[in-house]
Design a protein around this ligand. Structure first.
Ligand code: PGA
Length: 259
């Protein structure tokens, strides 16, 4: 049984004045939540404050990026040990916004992923096709390339320490989510690849979450799919009540699925 996982990606939203009540709202709303793991990924500047608010709760802390080196002359960058020191357990890597806006390559993302693992962080590796790639029938080719490159040189025994996020680029921030069937098809394909890259057992233990316009209204049908192990939520995670609803619905669907 894979424990469902819901990750809030706050992106570049959240001054301390906004982040504190949002984190506290999620923490309080999920006080009694079970059968689900929840992680908040605020901007770097709010990690410390949000970490203090979440301390001792059942909501974990994650970051939205890291540098591949543990330290060095890299102005403006944040290294994995700095995140670990703040209590981060997760780090989102390879998000399509960074691939596109900052020209992040598969090779760089792979270096970041291995660095994160080396410092005890769980990487959430994002893969996903653009609308044009889907139209051309290149969905599987695209995600396969991103997955293979992202996990290059990762020892088989540490691969279960990775979370995958399937995020079709056309569904991010657009309000148009992939249908449960569309998402499940790609998740199944990715799991097949993981069996080949690692082992069948490892593949069945690795969580693959879906991201792209997840909202309180669609969280349950998505999580009801056997292949969908939770959600990576952007816009809808900026509302505490809405995100709490998404987490609870994901937990419920996961529990039903597990029975
Ligand atoms: P969205 O973003 O939920 O706003 O579509 C998801 C993401 O970018 O991780």
């Amino acid at each position: 049984m894979r424990m469902p996982l819901c990750v809030a990606n706050w992106k570049m939203y959240g001054t301390l004045a906004e982040a504190r009540p949002l984190a506290a709202g999620v923490r309080d709303g999920l006080r009694r939540a079970k059968d689900v793991e929840t992680v908040l990924c605020p901007p770097f500047t709010a990690l410390s404050a949000v970490g203090e608010i979440l301390a001792g709760s059942n909501v974990g802390l994650g970051a939205q990026n890291c540098h591949p080196e543990p330290s060095g002359a890299h102005t403006g960058e944040i290294a994995p040990p700095m995140l670990a020191e703040l209590g981060c357990r997760y780090v989102i890597l390879g998000h399509s916004e960074r691939r596109r806006e900052l020209c992040e390559t598969d090779e760089l993302i792979n270096r970041k992923l291995r660095a994160a693992l080396a410092h005890g962080l769980t990487p959430i590796l994002c893969v996903g096709e653009t609308a044009e790639e889907r139209r051309q029938g290149l969905t599987f080719t695209t995600v396969e390339g991103q997955l293979r490159a992202g996990l290059a040189e990762v020892p088989v025994e540490t691969m279960t320490g990775v979370v995958l996020a399937y995020e079709p680029v056309w569904a991010i921030g657009t309000g148009a989510n992939a249908t449960p069937a569309q998402a499940a098809e790609v998740h199944g394909y990715l799991r097949g690849l993981l069996s080949e890259l690692a082992s069948k057992d490892a593949a069945s233990a690795i969580r693959i979450v879906y991201g792209g316009s997840v909202k309180p209204e669609n969280a349950e049908v998505l999580a009801a799919e056997a292949e969908i192990d939770g959600a990576l939520v952007g816009g809808a995670s900026l509302n505490a009540q809405g995100f709490v609803t998404i987490v609870k619905k994901t937990a419920r669907a996961g529990a039903v699925r597990g029975n």
